[in-house]
Design a protein around this ligand. Structure first.
Ligand code: PEP
Length: 250
């Protein structure tokens, strides 16, 4: 089955209001070339989400949140709910990013609850999985990702707006190191087979993104790897030129 690609930028905790200029530049760069062959999204910090959604309205570039609380509302100071992200114009929500799993002790069960909450608000969750360097060196990468996938993708995830998987080896995030295309192909193949095993034929249509130091100079090779249906891009999504170069490689 041919799966349309998705290139999603994760700005993390970067960007004041001036960063919205990058979105205008991105729109201009994209308007100069042919229509992209991939879906495009930017996930700015929550403070910029509503403004980014307004800047990008009608451009075909979607927005997403970087996290959500599992509850729709309530006494959770500092948290944001999925309906709030949808209200700010988001289409996607990233859940289970390794930085949240590490910094905030998020478990697979919590990630699944967040994904379910995102879907309940009409958002498409981008569910992140990936092994640490120690786990890979111990030969446990496949087992770790298998366990994360089983625990972080909620039952019934195929209903409603669907979901996206991002395979992000933790040791490749923000380090300038990437997995080899052979290792990426092996892990994406494993993820695909697990999705098909659990969800039947529908699992063949789920977008599986690679994330971890994707840059303009390595994007084409990674994006051409079997079962890679796009990328979750951190650092290189902050500047419109480098993000556009990755979009062009898709
Ligand atoms: C990420 O944060 O999801 C990511 C892939 O970051 P980077 O591209 O900077 O490694």
């Amino acid at each position: 089955m041919s799966v349309r690609s998705l290139i999603a930028g994760n700005w993390k905790m970067n960007g004041l209001s001036g960063a919205l200029d990058e979105l205008d530049k991105l729109k201009r760069l994209m308007a100069r070339g042919p229509a992209p062959r991939a879906d495009i999204a930017v996930c700015p910090p929550a403070t910029l989400l509503a403004a980014a959604s307004r800047h990008l309205a009608g451009s075909g570039i979607l927005t997403g949140g970087q996290d959500c609380h599992p509850d729709p509302s309530g006494a959770h100071t500092g948290d944001l709910s999925a309906p709030m992200l949808a209200d700010a114009g988001a289409h996607f929500v990233i859940v289970g990013h390794s930085e949240r799993r590490t910094d905030h002790g998020e478990t697979d069960a919590l990630v699944a609850a967040k994904a379910r909450a995102g879907q309940g608000a009409g958002l498409v969750p981008i569910i992140c999985v990936g092994e640490t360097e120690a786990q890979r060196q111990a030969g446990a990468a496949g087992d770790v990702v298998t366990r994360q996938l089983a625990g972080s993708v909620p039952d019934g995830a195929m209903d409603g707006p669907g979901f996206v998987i991002a395979y992000e080896p933790v040791w490749a995030i923000g380090t300038g190191r990437t997995a080899t295309t052979a290792d990426i192909a092996a892990m994406h193949g494993l993820i695909r087979s697990l999705l098909v095993e659990r969800f039947g034929g529908a699992g063949a249509g789920v977008q599986i993104l690679y994330g971890g130091s994707m840059k303009p100079d390595n994007a084409a090779a990674i994006l051409a790897t079997p079962e890679v249906n796009g990328g979750l891009v951190g650092g290189a999504s902050l500047l419109s030129e480098s993000f556009h170069a990755i979009i062009s490689a898709a």
